[in-house]
Design a protein. Structure first.
Length: 256
């Protein structure tokens, strides 16, 4: 069989357009930026918990004042990123006494999934990956708009490191829009199949695994620190109780 005959059954993909190339570049570059920036924000959350004096992390410098209003504690003053990291929307409460989950860890896992989907679009031109990429990028932009508006209206400030993620999410969305090869109608018509497909399962596994693994690294030092503080507090209370007991015994002996 000739080489030409052997290659007749192989359909070569058409060359990628400049539009798609630009989109893939945006996804790769800013997906990595999103991973790094999310990791830095999570580290800052961890540093602020391990160092209550707030001399560690990226938000050090400007002091804050703790105030209590309506039974809830807040921090007044401080830099914009300090205000953002103490905001109730910056973390998700966890059960069992575990530290709250910073939403920056969700962002880290999300951008890991984005990088995977972008890789599959680049390697296989996978239509399911294109649909999922556009969906994830759209949800990221929606979350960005909510957090940005909340920060400006409720906090009166915008954390610069959070603002980087806002820009990243928009540029990743632009990249996802550029690489799509279907119309919106075509995307919607096949989306139900895409959601139960292989690429969706892998992307979900990356998101869940990335969140779980990063939270384990984030939470374990905080748990150890909390247990140490509890042990020290217990030892101090026991020592104080012994001291009070000794003083009471001494007073009884003195009156006798």
């Amino acid at each position: 069989m000739s080489e030409s005959g052997a290659s007749e059954g192989v359909s070569e993909a058409p060359p990628r357009s400049r539009r798609a190339t630009v989109g893939l570049a945006l996804i790769a570059i800013f997906g990595l930026v999103g991973v790094v920036d999310s990791a830095v924000l999570a580290w800052d959350h961890q540093a602020s918990k391990l160092d209550p004096t707030q001399q560690s992390g990226i938000c050090k410098g400007e002091p804050t004042t703790a105030i209590t209003l309506g039974g809830q504690s807040f921090e007044a003053g401080g830099s914009s990123c300090k205000i953002s990291r103490t905001s109730p929307v910056s973390r998700i409460p966890m059960p069992g006494g575990w530290p709250a989950l910073p939403i920056s860890l969700l962002g880290l896992a999300c951008y890991l999934a984005v990088l995977y989907l972008g890789f599959m679009v680049w390697r296989q031109r996978d239509v399911d990956a294109e649909r999922l990429l556009l969906t994830v990028a759209s949800l990221s932009v929606a979350m960005t708009l909510f957090l940005g508006i909340y920060s400006l209206l409720k906090q009166g400030s915008l954390c610069p490191f959070c603002a980087i993620l806002y820009v990243v999410s928009f540029l990743v969305f632009v990249g996802a829009w550029l690489v799509k090869t279907e119309t919106i109608r075509e995307c919607m018509s096949g989306f139900s199949r895409t959601l139960v497909g292989r690429q969706a399962m892998i992307a979900l596994a990356i998101f869940i695994g990335g969140t779980g693994a990063s939270y384990a690294f984030y939470a374990q030092p905080l748990r150890s620190s909390l247990e140490t503080k509890r042990a020290e507090m217990k030892a101090g209370m026991e020592e104080q109780a012994k001291t009070l007991h000794t003083q009471q015994v001494w007073k009884v002996d003195a009156t006798n």
